[in-house]
Design a protein around this ligand. Structure first.
Ligand code: SF4
Ligand code: SF4
Length: 311
């Protein structure tokens, strides 16, 4: 980044975004555009977007076929790319300094960059393209991540810009954020999508890398103040016991949470993890089977909280 961009970041006029997904029906009501901000303080073992975890842009091997032309290896200043008969193009991720020179020479786009430095106006313009669908479906924009509030100044300005355009705005957060940040941002948020993964603190720490006490305190403080849905990623043998779900549903009921979304685990994060040179920490992760998901859904319903599966 040059110094002008640095200042823009400090003022929160720019941020690092790794995807803008149009026509989303899984991130809040109606048809929505989801803006995915990069960076996350958690490291969930089952993460479906491992490319979101680091704040800054990263080299990502794309699924486009490599022709083994060798241009990238020649361009790499760190000798991090090798080409062999046996393995084809191989990246030594320990040597890679993330300079992205290889992406400039790969005419087949087999190497790319995940994460883009974007300005507020550019993002709003993209989101506005689907305004007609928001009006007709009760949708809007959802800011997700990663953890979007890791870039809290940028996200605050982004949400204010959407409010000025009268676009319904949802915020999807893991809740591991200071109370001050929530207090500042929530007056501009129409719907809080709060991820509640596990109430047991030891299990939470083991599988996400952080203790859940800040998340639960924020849930108790803020879900009473703004329309809130709890989102539970469902992972077999981590948080899918009837007791796990009953406790979260009781908490939701007590706090007046409008809905619980059960989001069964999917394997999308596995291949992406390898594409950025990472390891997937629980390769045996699975979603509960459909009958069990139905059982969990019934438990939530009986407690009197609305519940959906998948959105
Ligand atoms: S430049 Fe692209 S196509 Fe050529 S070897 Fe490198 S990754 Fe493969
Ligand atoms: S991004 Fe990594 S692999 Fe690509 S040229 Fe730079 S150092 Fe080499």
């Amino acid at each position: 980044m040059n110094s002008i961009e640095d200042k823009a970041h400090i003022n929160g006029r720019r941020g690092i975004v790794f995807n803008i997904q149009r026509f989303s029906i899984h991130d809040g009501p109606g048809i929505r555009t989801t803006v995915f901000a990069k960076g996350c303080p958690l490291k969930c073992a089952w993460c479906s977007n491992p490319e979101s975890q680091k704040l800054f842009p990263q080299l990502m091997v794309r699924e486009v076929k490599c022709t083994r032309c060798g241009r990238c290896a020649e361009a790499c200043p760190d000798n991090a790319i090798s080409l062999t008969e046996e393995h084809g193009r191989k990246i030594n991720w320990d040597l890679c300094s993330q300079c992205f020179k290889c992406t400039e020479v790969c005419i087949y786009e087999s190497l790319g960059i995940i994460g883009k430095d974007m300005g507020i106006e550019e993002i709003v313009k993209e989101v506005e393209k689907d305004r007609i669908f928001y009006k007709n479906s009760g949708g809007g924009v959802t800011i997700s991540g990663g953890e979007p509030l890791l870039q809290n100044k940028f996200v605050l300005n982004l949400i204010k810009a959407f409010k000025e355009k009268d676009i319904n705005t949802a915020l999807d957060t893991c809740g591991y954020v200071s109370e001050e940040v929530f207090r500042e941002i929530l007056p501009f948020v129409d719907l809080l999508l709060l991820d509640i993964k596990q109430l047991d603190s030891e299990r939470h720490q083991k599988y996400t890398g952080v203790d859940n006490s800040l998340i639960l305190t924020n849930a108790r403080t803020f879900s009473k103040k703004v329309r809130t849905w709890f989102r539970i990623p469902l992972i077999k043998d981590f948080n899918d016991s009837p007791e796990d779900i009953r406790k979260i549903a009781e908490m939701a009921s007590e706090l007046g949470v409008e809905k619980i979304s059960l989001l069964p685990y999917h394997e999308g994060g596995k291949s992406k993890s390898f594409q950025i040179g990472g390891m997937y920490s629980i390769p045996m992760a699975k979603a509960p089977d459909n009958n069990h998901i139905q059982r969990l859904k019934n438990i939530v319903s009986k407690i009197g909280v609305a519940v959906t599966v998948g959105n």
